[in-house]
Design a protein around this ligand. Structure first.
Ligand code: AMP
Ligand code: MG
Length: 349
């Protein structure tokens, strides 16, 4: 998988050499790098575009060092390593992600759950150890899952997992959180136009593109290898977009696709016919990218009916859900926002 990421990065760098422009009025700076296991591309127009982008990459490294499950100095590693034993003091940013996750776990009746660590480990999807675990193995780990088993001491900013063997995984929220932090840095440097792109799964479109139009973002066709073959296009300005898909990390065994979005009730990859979903949020809330990220994962698990019911209750949030029969379900106002709809797909409502 790393090899694929490197190839994408080389391709992006080549494209950038041809697209970068630099006028004294509106300096353009763009950079791509692999952070949080994904290709991050940050672009910005403005007097301080370089400073904004470089500082953003530093911040992304910092977030990765706090949130990673593998780095033994990270807050999450320490929490997991102390499960069933002791509280661990954490950075306020990690606390924010954990508390938000618990809130949305309750709101989604447990569909979003950051305590899936032990089950995610069993499947090993996207690693060299990916495999289909036995029913017994999964059943043995399920009692370790549940946000109600996370204890928080607000005063000391510390966290403890109540049972030995529990483990947190912030994979469904950390990239969105990181995009919010990059946006804060862009604001500090007065960047009014630019694109924040974390692996295409968390995107924030700042202002307009160089032609003074909204940014056009292609939603990936969930079953096409051709990166230019889109499901449709969404035009964005000062909005957050997130996509979750069963094509991001998966393997196929005996004709069945096993992907990285796990149903916490069963311990198996969600199997409700959803192939991908996309969320757009336009509000002034400083958590919009984080919310978009966690909601795509949540709605993927909930499926079209329950997913759309949840989205209806959230202001300024709209979405589409694509199912394996090539139907696209949208929240009320979202159908009109998808242009250049791929002929293989049709709207379900
Ligand atoms: P995303 O690509 O944003 O949908 O996030 C998927 C990632 O979130 C996975 O790779 C896991 O790290 C984690 N994850 C998987 N299933 C869930 C779930 N039900 N709730 C929260 N996080 C999850
Ligand atoms: Mg997500």
């Amino acid at each position: 998988m790393k090899k694929n990421i490197c190839a994408i990065l080389v391709f992006i760098s080549i494209v950038l050499n041809f697209t970068s422009c630099d006028s004294s009025r509106n300096k353009y700076y763009e950079k791509s790098n692999i952070v949080m296991d994904t290709v991050v591309t940050l672009s910005a127009y403005g007097e301080n575009s370089k400073e904004a982008v470089e500082e953003s990459f530093k911040k992304l490294d910092e977030i990765n060092e706090m949130a990673s499950t593998n780095i033994d100095t990270s807050d999450i590693y320490k929490i997991n390593n102390s499960s069933g034993e002791s509280y661990v003091q954490v950075h306020p940013e990690i606390m924010k992600m954990i508390e938000t996750s618990i809130k949305y776990s309750k709101l989604s009746d447990g569909a979003f759950d950051i305590t899936l660590g032990p089950i995610i480990d069993l499947w090993g999807i996207g690693t060299d150890n990916e495999r289909v675990p036995s029913d017994e193995e999964i059943k043995a780990k399920l009692p370790l899952v549940g946000c109600d088993k996370i204890s928080i001491n607000e005063e000391e900013s510390s966290v403890m997992l109540q049972k030995k063997g529990m483990a947190l995984d912030l994979g469904g929220i950390a990239k969105g959180f990181a995009a919010d932090e990059v946006l804060k840095i862009y604001k500090k440097y007065n960047i009014e136009n630019g694109l924040i792109n974390l692996g295409s799964s968390s995107i924030y479109a700042v202002g307009k593109n160089k032609d003074n139009n909204k940014w056009s973002v292609g939603i990936k066709h969930p079953r096409s290898e051709d990166s230019k073959n889109y499901l449709g296009i969404i035009k964005l300005s000062n909005e957050a977009l997130s996509t979750s898909g069963d094509y991001e990390r998966y393997f196929i065994k005996d004709n069945k696709r096993y992907h990285h979005i796990i149903n916490p009730k069963t311990g198996y990859p969600a199997d409700n016919g959803v192939m991908s979903d996309t969320m757009v949020i336009d509000n002034d809330d400083e958590d919009k990218n984080m919310l978009a990220d966690l909601l795509t994962t949540t709605v993927f698990i909930l499926g079209p009916e329950k997913g759309l019911n949840l989205i209806k209750t959230l202001p300024n949030v709209s979405c589409e859900i694509t199912t394996s029969d090539y139907k696209i379900y949208t929240s009320d106002d979202f159908k009109d926002r998808i242009t250049d709809l791929n002929k293989e797909f049709e709207f379900a409502n």
